[in-house]
Design a protein around this ligand. Structure first.
Ligand code: NAI
Length: 292
């Protein structure tokens, strides 16, 4: 089985920056790329400060922290991925954009490299078909935030080889994660179950069943969820939730996945959740909430 020593991460947003941090802290050489130079600069700053925080809390030695920061390199060109052992893609949840990236990466990375996607819902088989190495294409779905959440969902495309699966599994375990395996159907396991619940919470809010606070409190106190579904949607990103529901709807062909009009309206209004400071809730210093 190939030993993974270096990782290319594409996308420096909430997931990509967390995956890059995790890999750097676990002693891997990391290249991080984002098409937006500003995002890349902010990702480097936030990863460095999160690593410093781990050191000051005593969760990482000073030496390991310094090594992790040295392990991380940000780049504005994908050409720097030519010698990485695996690429983990964490860009926007769009099949077309991801396929273009996979086709591009296929021409840049070495022939033995694995191309993994952190997609929440999109077909790994179809991403593989955009390359000439579909046996080396796999889904590696981290949870948010990647340095904290214990799970990685591994998705095999129709052509993914055992070698690619085993190497990816070993990498996930080296990063301290538990894995579950899913067949390649829209939304896999986690989002197939989670997104209909989030959508239903939006419907409950939209139709006036209860306030957002009561919907969230109901699920936290009544079913022991650590976060309510609307809070969780803000944490994930409402744009990401909407994209996943669209993939579930078109891939599984059932109207129960039709996105709630209120979710669509929030995304249209730019209320994308925590990352924009406003979604279902607002996240200013005062944490004032916007009335839905
Ligand atoms: P995000 O919006 O925070 O970050 C996406 C980043 O990708 C942006 O910085 C953007 O500039 C960059 N980007 C877009 N197109 C690009 C391209 N062609 N080349 C290079 N960079 C490009 O999104 P987030 O939340 O990090 O999600 C990323 C992926 O991870 C999506 O596929 C999403 O479904 C998945 N995911 C998201 C989770 C969440 O809770 N937000 C959880 C698990 C998976």
């Amino acid at each position: 089985m190939a030993d993974i020593r270096s990782v290319g991460v594409v996308g420096g947003g909430q997931m990509g920056s967390g995956i890059a941090q995790l890999a750097a802290v676990h002693g891997l050489e990391v290249w991080l790329h984002d098409s937006d130079a500003g995002v890349l600069t902010r990702a480097h700053q936030s990863i460095s400060s999160r690593i410093q925080r781990l050191v000051s809390k005593g969760n990482l030695t000073k030496e390991k922290g310094a090594e992790a920061i040295r392990n991380l390199r940000c780049t504005s060109t994908l050409d720097d991925f030519c010698s990485v052992d695996i690429v983990i893609e964490a860009i926007v949840e769009s099949e077309e954009v991801k396929k273009n990236l996979f086709a591009q990466l296929d021409k840049i990375v070495k022939s033995s490299a694995i191309l993994a996607s952190n997609t929440s819902s999109i077909s790994i088989t179809r991403l593989g078909s955009a390359t000439n190495r579909s046996s080396q294409v796999i889904g590696m779905h981290f949870m948010n935030p990647p340095p904290v959440m214990k799970l990685v969902e591994i998705i095999r495309g129709a052509n993914t080889s055992d070698k690619t699966f085993n190497t990816t599994k070993v990498l996930a375990e080296r990063l301290g994660k538990k894995i579950i395996c899913s067949q390649d159907f829209s939304g896999f396991v986690v989002n197939r179950i989670l997104m209909p619940m989030i959508n239903e919470a939006f419907h409950a809010l939209y139709t006036g069943v209860a306030s957002k606070e009561d919907i969230d409190a109901g699920m936290k106190l009544g079913t022991n969820h650590p976060m309510g579904p609307l809070e969780l949607a803000d944490h994930i990103g409402l744009d990401v939730c909407l994209s996943i529901l669209k993939v579930l709807h078109s891939g599984l062909g059932d109207n129960k996945y039709t996105p709630c009009p209120l979710l669509v309206q929030y995304v249209d209004a730019g209320r994308l959740g925590k990352k924009k400071g406003v979604g279902v809730y607002t996240y200013g210093k005062t944490r004032d909430e916007i009335k839905p």
